[in-house]
Design a protein around this ligand. Structure first.
Ligand SMILES: *Cc1c(COP(=O)(O)O)cnc(C)c1O
Length: 370
């Protein structure tokens, strides 16, 4: 336990010593940005890592970008239907999803989530379209890194002709299928795989990824500085790519350290009136862990956490629609969001957490829910 109590999150990126060999390559190459060799190698290694997971053999294409939020903005700009301006978004997401929609020139329309998976489903999005929402795009979100049924969203796009952009920002290690839909990842320091700050768009659609890569660099043509697409500067530097290459090397160790802590939690939470996201720590992992508390016990449990100096957080707050800047956006019924956002609580989860820390969190939960 630290002097501030049990910390909620401690990002651990590769040490300077692990990054140093890549920095030495930059010293040699004098390439600091603009699609340098380390950036290309990082894209190739990320693609190879994802290809090992895929059920159907497909070539994965990757474009690194400045952040996960930028990944969403560019994918929306590349794909949204131009004559419309609404984007269907689950209110229950990190607020970046809504900011990205606005920055892409669109207006969020907030919809509900499934109460078990905490995710937007194709059925919920189709109900919003039936209500009359003229959607330029829909952005399903992976809740806290849980796997998303990408194939179901491919069928949704075929049925409705509404383009889908996937916000799998925290789900880099739980992607099971990459098709033609763009998948947006965050490579922020709080995520499984990191450039410090960064993001990526991935897809099996080489043309889409090529367009997005060009948008990150003023929409230039591949071999001459002539702008044929609207874009900007959303590239990543070679220094960031150096961190990313070391982060890929470290991924197996990091996953094992987090899996062990998830295992200890699961064991000690058995028999308590709390549940975890389905499959967490068994089929998939992320850098946050969330518990579903019984609604009537939420306040009491959070009081006890505070008294024991156990940090907690509602990672997605109470939903995007509760942020003042998005309060006047249109929305459908949000009954599940309003109930679950209050009771889904992020608890301490990181690789520096000790067995004693986990025992203290679980004993506080036992006391609160007795
Ligand atoms: C982290 C995250 C983002 C934003 O990524 P940045 O790299 O911080 O811009 C967007 N959506 C979700 C669901 C996230 O978890």
């Amino acid at each position: 336990m630290s002097s501030q109590g049990i910390l909620l999150m401690v990002p651990v990126l590769p040490s300077g010593a692990r990054i140093a060999p890549f920095i030495a390559e930059i010293d040699q190459s004098h390439k600091y940005s603009n699609f340098g060799p380390l950036n290309r190698r990082f894209q190739d290694e990320l693609a190879a890592f994802l290809e090992t997971y895929l059920c159907r053999a497909a070539r994965v294409h990757v474009s690194t970008v400045a952040s996960g939020t930028v990944a969403l903005e560019l994918a929306l700009r590349a794909r949204a239907r131009g004559e419309r301006n609404k984007v269907i978004i689950p209110s229950y997401t990190f607020v970046a999803t809504a900011h990205a929609a606005v920055n892409a020139g669109l207006e969020p329309h907030f919809v509900d989530i499934d109460e078990h998976s905490l995710a937007l489903t194709p059925e919920i999005a189709e109900a919003a379209i039936r209500e009359g929402v003229e959607a330029a795009a829909v952005v399903p979100v992976s809740p806290f890194g849980a796997p998303v049924d990408v194939t179901a969203w491919e069928r949704f796009e075929d049925r409705t002709t509404v383009p889908v952009v996937l916000d799998l920002a925290a789900a880099a290690t739980s992607i099971r299928h990459v098709g033609t839909l763009p998948i947006c990842l965050s490579l922020h320091s709080t995520k499984m795989l990191s450039l410090g700050e960064g993001g990526a768009v991935i897809s099996a659609d080489a043309d889409c990824i090529d367009r997005i890569t060009r948008m990150t660099s003023f929409g230039f043509e591949p071999h001459e500085p002539v702008s044929t697409l609207r874009g900007g500067n959303y590239r990543v530097s070679e220094y960031a790519a150096a961190v990313g290459l070391a982060s890929i090397q470290d991924l197996e160790r990091k996953s094992a350290a987090l899996a062990e802590r998830a295992r200890q939690y699961r064991l000690q939470l058995q028999g308590l009136k709390v549940s975890l996201q389905r499959g967490f720590g068994v089929n998939w992992l992320a850098t946050t862990m969330n518990v579903f508390l019984p609604p009537a016990r939420v306040e009491h449990t959070l009081d006890l956490f505070d008294r024991h100096a156990i940090q907690w957080r509602r990672w997605y707050g109470l939903g995007c629609h509760t942020h003042p800047v998005f309060a006047d956006c249109s929305r459908s019924d949000l009954a599940n969001t309003e109930r679950d956002a209050n009771r889904v609580i992020g608890v301490p989860f990181h690789e520096l957490l000790t067995a004693e820390d986990i025992a203290l969190v679980c004993s506080a939960l036992r006391e609160a829910l007795a």
